[in-house]
Design a protein around this ligand. Sequence first.
Ligand SMILES: [Zn+2]
Ligand SMILES: [Zn+2]
Length: 101
Amino acid sequence: MLLVCSSRCGGELFRALFAEVEIDSSGEYQDYRVTQPGYVCLNCGSPALDLGEVPAAMEEEAREDEPAVAPTDVLCPVCETMVQLDANMECPNCGSPLEVA
Ligand SMILES: [Zn+2]
Ligand SMILES: [Zn+2]
């Protein structure tokens, strides 16, 4: 986690807003409630951002866009069919073995 003030005021102290603990009259822990996500900067009162979570989320998105295996187009030297190679290294038209250029 890496908190920064969204107003970039340089404040380095933050207060967590999301946790509110409920106790009963004997002081026993009852519940834990999420009231409001995030933190505020104690210096200027602006909401703080957690920079530590942003790169991980962006990385995950980038990985989803990338296909695991990029298909390669190869021209069969025998029958001149355009073949899209992935794991199959034979021409589907004439059965000739193909090589990725
Ligand atoms: Zn601030
Ligand atoms: Zn072929």
